[in-house]
Ligand binder design. Structure first.
Ligand code: ADQ
Length: 448
């Protein structure tokens, strides 16, 4: 990497406020900022009745953290509205769920413009900016309009939409300019790169690079946590009972209803001599203020009731559904106990749970990952049992296959998957993204 004389300026939706950040991405950004110094800018979290007008310092440490407040109205229009009721469904192939309301686009642009003004006041000429996710798509274009010449990179954590879906966005033409304003536009997969390329026409001399950087996890931390005996990670089951596990935010993109249908299809085709399986689904609440999220919760609870009503016995309730957060270490322990990890989103930028499940396995007796073709992770994790989440019969068969898979095959698949997950871990990802951002000329060409 070339010498770094400028600071790193990271912009992300939330900034950690505690002294020791947790979570793979947060820790990786924390480490990158601690190593070279810089500034982390993000929203303060809860909206305020009386928001502060500019950026203000939070916490202390080897780099600065600057927060901005959202007003109640901005929380409605920018965050719940344009970001999570327009961009999120559109980018996850659910244009039917887009909720276009007056004021959403204006609120989104106004928050980004306010942030651009605040950043201009902070920025030094040699700084490099690294902007995260769909909350800040127009930020680079707004900074360019204010004369900012610094290198600006972006990382999109969610899928990039297909060109045929983009016209559902009233700001479709602007989206092209927003993307084009970055020096490096990072996405999760090669398929995303192709979708960006299908939309953004290149002009000669264009220096912009659109590159795939599949995000990873902190494998060692996860493996270690999973190997420790966890008090919270006990699952009551009969000795012959197998466990299928799902862990997702309660979000329509994660395909939870389809997953329950797939598990129900497994139960339908199960012979009486086959192992009895229980499905544990952990799904913490998420964005409960958005209507589409209330609907998915109702639908899922109804589905769990229906499957249990149909298949349960006095000593066996097939689906256990926990609607809450679980501490990371307990989650790792539960993942290790699970014979099958079910990661079956309908659309997902990457999906870190797929990688966490692999890292958590006992190498001598690993479980089997069932992974949707529509998770970004499927591009790297071909040794998983890959499924079409819309086809419940196929998913039922995949569960049957996974539950009876011989140890040798389980080990072979696990070893190949672990190698990929460990090679392109969160540290690799940070380095690869930053190297591309620092260096104009293809230092990490072929990053995938
Ligand atoms: P998310 O949509 O949030 O992230 P994901 O990648 O699966 O999806 O990450 C979720 C994280 O939350 C995982 O680390 C998981 O362990 C944790 N988690 C889930 N359920 C939990 C529970 N009940 N209790 C505690 N923790 C829980 C977005 C994109 C993804 C992309 C990531 C990172 O949608 O596609 O992989 O960003 O880029």
């Amino acid at each position: 990497m070339p010498p770094k004389d400028g600071r790193l300026v990271v912009v992300s939706n939330r900034i950690p406020t505690g002294a020791t950040p947790s979570g793979g991405l947060v820790v990786a950004l924390h480490e990158a900022l601690s190593a070279r110094g810089g500034v982390w800018i993000g929203s303060s979290g809860a909206p305020r009745e009386v928001p502060a007008s500019g950026l203000y310092e939070v916490g202390q440490g080897p780099y600065r953290r600057l927060a901005f407040d959202l007003s109640m109205e901005e929380h409605e229009t920018y965050y719940l509205g344009y970001a999570n009721s327009v961009l999120w469904p559109l980018f996850h192939r659910r244009a039917d769920l887009i909720d276009l309301q007056p004021g959403y686009a204006e609120g989104y642009l106004a928050v980004n413009a306010r942030l651009a003004d605040a950043i201009v006041a902070e920025l030094r000429p040699a700084d490099v900016l690294w902007v995260h996710d769909y909350h800040f798509l127009p930020l680079a274009a707004l900074l360019r309009a204010r004369g900012v010449k610094n290198r600006i990179g972006f990382f999109l954590h969610i899928p990039f939409p297909a060109a045929s879906d983009v016209p559902a966005l009233p700001q479709a033409d602007d989206l092209l300019d927003w993307v084009a304003a970055h020096d490096v536009f990072g996405v999760q997969t090669e398929a995303d790169v192709q979708r960006v390329d299908a939309l953004v026409t290149r002009v000669e001399g264009d220096q912009q690079r659109v590159m795939a950087f599949p995000i990873g996890i902190d494998v060692d931390v996860y493996r270690e946590a999973a190997g420790r005996p966890q008090v919270g990670a006990q699952i009551h089951r009969a000795p012959d009972q197998k466990i299928c596990l799902g862990v997702d935010r309660l979000d329509y993109s994660k395909g939870l209803v389809h997953r329950f249908e797939g598990f129900s299809a497994y139960l339908d085709q199960r012979r009486s001599t086959d192992p009895r399986a229980i499905m544990v689904q952990v799904a913490p609440p998420s964005r409960g203020d958005v209507g589409a999220y209330q609907d998915i919760r109702d639908e899922l609870e109804m589905m769990a009731g229906r499957v249990n009503g149909r298949h349960a016995n006095f000593d066996w309730t097939p689906i256990r559904y926990l609607h809450r957060m679980v501490p990371r270490d307990d989650l790792a322990g539960v993942m290790r106990l699970a014979d099958v990890g079910l990661v079956t989103p309908l659309a997902d930028g990457m999906n870190l749970v797929a990688k966490e499940y692999i890292a958590a396995q006992d190498p001598d007796d690993p479980g089997v990952l069932i992974l949707s073709h529509f998770a970004g992770a499927a591009e790297q994790m071909q040794e998983a049992v890959l499924v079409n989440p819309y086809d419940s019969i196929e998913m039922g068969e995949a569960i049957a296959q996974a539950l009876s898979m011989p140890l040798e095959e389980r080990r072979a698949r696990y070893a190949a998957l672990l190698q990929t997950v460990a090679r392109q871990d969160i540290h690799w990802w940070t380095q690869a993204c930053l190297a591309a951002l620092e260096d104009g000329a293809g230092a990490v060409a072929g990053a995938v």
